[in-house]
Ligand binder design. Structure first.
Ligand code: SF4
Length: 422
């Protein structure tokens, strides 16, 4: 198929496809699905081999958020029966992090609900990072605390943070439909603040909120333009007690097409299958590994994932290997771009100040979350507007309303007396 040959050739060169080509990936049929996965797999292996990076979520503060993100079980007015607790003590968080690292995680993601941190919260997270790095100096730490004020990113960087996650979640056009208490521009500003302070920028999306193909392509290109170093792809977990509880718009096939589109637009960027992996990809999860090079190990912020050992077995059975602490995640030229942005501390997008060095020279123009302010979920249009090329999505949505049994609230790990799942 010409489209896939073109996308593969571009991806192997680190080039970004056109918007029309990205839309065409989402419009492929189920008969073409394995060809799409194979093409995206070639691009994935070019830049990331068979490595899978494992990330481990620690929810430092759960629920009771004053923001109104309609996809999120921790939102203002959420009736979801999730764990609710205030800040974990540093040693409690470090214990949870240690379990994730022992399970094979290379990166620990420290997440707290809320609009954004106070300076006192930055102090708390600083103490927590010290406790984690005392035990394991090599572990990468990504922090996700919401919207950042001036100098907070610099403080986190100085305290040892490696990355900051703040997802764009959906397109600029539809952002106001999922959240009223802050704006798309606020989110872009925080990603830029993080990148400008020299933190690796982790920023992704949530699919399945009723958005159109155009919305998905818009947000994925925006993430490339923003220079996100890792792109978590969340599939909405429709939590009972949130406005999007009935939004079962995804099929495993649709999820694979979305992952492939994200990979083609971000050929040399870490692409992570984030929240909703088990719920929506189900038995097709191993095919997702052929596209994405990163997943969360174990549980999510407020919902349970499959057993950590099952994650490890799946990786091995599919012929992949867990990325080690000493291995670089990003290809060298992408790491160079990140370092150049950090050195310039310009805080602007990679497309305006980056200096890509890919073979094509275009790479530079190009954190859920499972991330706290990420892997929880959102809404823009009615579910009926979300359609595949075959027009089957609405029918699948009705069938899938029965699958709400797949969403299991987290009752173990951080904030409980029970051992973490890692
Ligand atoms: S996504 Fe983050 S800011 Fe939005 S409601 Fe959830 S915890 Fe609050």
């Amino acid at each position: 198929m010409d489209l896939l040959d073109t996308l593969t050739a571009k991806g192997l060169r680190g080039e970004v496809p056109t918007r029309e080509e990205a839309l065409a990936v989402l419009a492929t049929t189920d008969d073409e699905l394995l060809d799409v996965v194979a093409a995206a797999g070639k691009v994935r292996r070019r830049w990331f081999g068979r490595r899978v990076k494992l990330n481990y979520l620690v929810n430092l503060k759960s629920g009771l958020c004053p923001e109104d993100c309609s996809y999120c079980s921790q939102r203002l007015g959420s009736k979801a029966e999730i764990l609710k607790y205030t800040w974990l003590k540093p040693e409690q968080a470090a214990d949870a992090a240690r379990a994730g690292v022992a399970g094979g995680a290379k990166r620990v993601c420290l997440v707290a609900s809320g609009r954004g941190p106070t300076d006192r919260d930055i102090d708390r997270v600083t103490d927590t990072m010290a406790a984690i790095k005392d035990a394991d100096p090599e572990v990468e730490i990504c922090v996700c605390l919401g919207l950042l004020s001036d100098n907070q990113a610099e403080r986190l960087k100085a305290a040892g943070a490696d990355a900051y996650n703040h997802n764009l979640n959906t397109s600029e056009n539809t952002y106001g439909s999922i959240t009223k208490t802050h704006t798309y521009a606020d989110r872009v500003d925080t990603v830029q603040k993080a990148h400008g302070a020299g933190l690796s920028a982790c920023s992704g999306l949530i699919a399945g909120m009723g958005e159109s193909d155009e919305d998905l392509v818009d947000v994925v290109f925006a993430l490339r333009e923003l220079g996100s170093d890792s792109v978590p792809v969340n599939f909405l977990i429709p939590f009972e007690g949130t406005p999007l509880a009935k939004e079962w718009n995804l099929t495993p096939q649709r999820c694979l097409r979305i992952l492939a589109m994200v990979r083609f637009v971000n050929p040399d960027t870490e692409v992570r299958i984030a929240g909703g992996r088990e719920v929506h990809l189900r038995s097709m999860q191993p095919l997702g590994l052929h596209i994405a090079n990163s997943i969360f190990l174990g549980d999510y912020l407020t919902s349970e994932g499959q057993a950590g050992q099952t994650d490890l077995d799946m990786i091995k059975d599919a012929g992949f290997e867990v990325e080690g602490a000493g291995e670089a995640t990003l290809p060298r030229h992408r790491a160079d771009v990140a370092e150049a942005v950090a050195a310039s501390s310009c805080g602007t997008t990679a497309s305006s100040c980056g200096t890509a060095a890919s073979s094509s020279g275009t790479a530079a123009s190009a954190c859920g979350s499972g991330g706290g302010c990420g892997p929880c979920g959102g809404h823009a249009h009615t579910p009926a507007e979300a359609t595949t090329a075959e027009g089957t999505e609405a029918a699948v949505s009705q069938d899938d309303e029965l699958r709400s049994d797949l969403v299991k609230v987290r009752r173990r790990g951080a904030g409980t007396e029970l051992a973490p799942n890692a």
